[in-house]
Write a protein that binds this ligand. Structure first.
Ligand SMILES: Cc1cc2nc3c(=O)[nH]c(=O)nc-3n(C[C@H](O)[C@H](O)[C@H](O)COP(=O)(O)OP(=O)(O)OC[C@H]3O[C@@H](n4cnc5c(N)ncnc54)[C@H](O)[C@@H]3O)c2cc1C
Length: 404
């Protein structure tokens, strides 16, 4: 076992850059599998940024599969059921058993266990050199860490491309404006389920969802994902002085259902741009999690994509060890891995589709808006959408017949 901080003259099996949820899960899993792992992270205390607030059952299953679930459990609050509203009407109450979790608490929950099995270095990586058999990471302090393999998990806020001098492909700039705050209901009994999700079928409202989570003993947490432009008047009103009025006008059924409420914290805001760094494989660099391409929270994928990277990397490590450590040829096994490619593509496709479902008036998106989550994706794409497209085609043919 390597002691925290002992980096001198060490050649690590793996250096993980970034100890967010993905980097720390990866480092923990590889160290538990017997590899000598060094993690470098710039923030010893996780900054309060608006990120992850809920874990789906897919994410929880991945944590279980990786053997990490028990370690992060103290940071999770079970949500036994979720009530879904559309245009103010209750359409479904599901029992998916997801968890509420704050980004900082989740990330910090794994660090004590990590520090026991891997070397943790609190410093900012400023350069990653992936040429040659031995790779290196240069830190702001001037220290250099060397290893057989480097995995960059520095998140998706644009720093990864700069750190590695990789071009970033914009997938959807200004994807969403996300807000979160605490609130208190005048009548607490009106929170009928641990989580309430409000959506609208009116494109003009321009939002994906408002989610309310009731945490026992703490205020209700609100997550609001909007597709407003930064210059939208509603954004200014929400952030400045008119939040209640904006929410009343935009989120139908909110006040009738939960009754009057008070916002009890500052409203946090974060802008999400979807980007993907290009050419990492060719440059001999392994990217994991958001560093490899961001996911919109509205896609319902979130951390699932990042933890899938962890699973795939952990699967490939023994093969890489047997071969000549990482090289161009072996990295392709990661970037072309079926499970990775499939989930990465699904994450982008779902992110873009969810945005259109909320704000695009065209019929193919209107169906999803109207039926919501009530039928599975495969049924929608195999049956409902083709049926609608065919009906629209008949209408077009009929109308062109009339015109002739
Ligand atoms: C608004 C919003 C809401 C979301 N909500 C959810 C949700 O409810 N559920 C869900 O599952 N997912 C959600 N997500 C997605 C989820 O937050 C991300 O998928 C997840 O944080 C990705 O983890 P990561 O470790 O890849 O990157 P990050 O969480 O960004 O972590 C990157 C780490 O790298 C460190 N780092 C960066 N640069 C350097 C450097 N040069 N040197 C050293 N360290 C560095 C950072 O300090 C950080 O600790 C949300 C995302 C957003 C933007």
């Amino acid at each position: 076992m390597v002691q925290s901080g002992s980096t001198h003259n060490q050649l690590y099996d793996v250096i993980v850059v970034g100890a967010g949820p993905v980097g720390s899960a990866l480092a923990w899993k590889l160290a538990a599998d017997g590899y000598r792992v060094c993690v470098c992270e710039e923030h010893q205390t996780v900054p309060q940024t608006l990120r992850l607030e809920e874990l789906s059952h897919h994410v929880v299953n991945l944590y279980r599969e990786l053997g990490i679930f028990e370690k992060i459990r103290p940071a999770l609050i079970p949500l036994d059921s979720i009530a879904h509203f559309r245009n103010g009407h209750l359409v479904q109450a599901s029992r998916e058993a997801p968890y509420a979790a704050r980004y900082d608490q989740l990330t910090e929950s794994l660090r004590p266990a990590l520090s026991k099995v891997a070397t943790l270095v609190w410093d900012t990586a400023v350069q990653v050199s992936a040429e040659g058999r031995v790779k290196s990471v240069r830190l702001k302090s001037g220290r250099v860490i060397c290893g057989w393999m480097v995995v960059v998990a520095t998140g998706g806020d644009g720093t990864t491309g700069k750190l590695l001098s990789l071009p970033e492909k914009p997938v959807c700039p200004h994807y969403s404006l996300n807000f979160a705050w605490d609130l208190e209901l005048e009548d607490a009994e009106r929170m009928s389920h641990p989580a309430l999700v409000f959506r609208s079928t009116h494109t003009g409202h321009g939002y994906g969802y408002l989610k309310l989570f009731a945490h026992e003993g703490s205020p209700i947490r609100a997550n609001f994902l909007s597709y407003w432009r930064p210059e939208d008047k509603r954004r200014r009103a929400l952030l400045q002085d008119d939040a209640l009025a904006v929410l009343n006008r935009t989120v139908e059924g909110l006040v009738p259902y939960v009754g009057p409420f008070r916002i009890t914290s500052p409203i946090e805001e974060s802008v999400l741009h979807l980007n993907r760094p290009q050419g990492a494989g060719e440059a001999g660099i392994l990217l994991a999690g958001d560093a490899c391409g961001q996911v919109a929270p509205s896609s319902g994928m979130g951390l699932r994509k990042g933890l899938n990277d962890v699973r795939v990397l952990a699967q490939l490590m023994p093969q890489w060890e047997r071969e000549s450590r990482s090289g161009g040829e072996t990295l392709a096994a990661y970037y072309t891995h079926r499970a990775k490619v499939a989930l990465d593509e699904e994450a982008v496709a779902r992110s873009l589709r969810e945005r259109k479902v909320a704000i695009d008036w065209r019929p193919e998106f209107a169906t999803r808006r109207l039926i919501g989550d009530q039928i599975p994706d495969w049924l929608e794409s195999a049956v409902v959408r083709p049926a609608i497209e065919q009906s629209l085609n008949f209408v077009r043919i009929y109308r062109s017949g009339l015109d002739n």
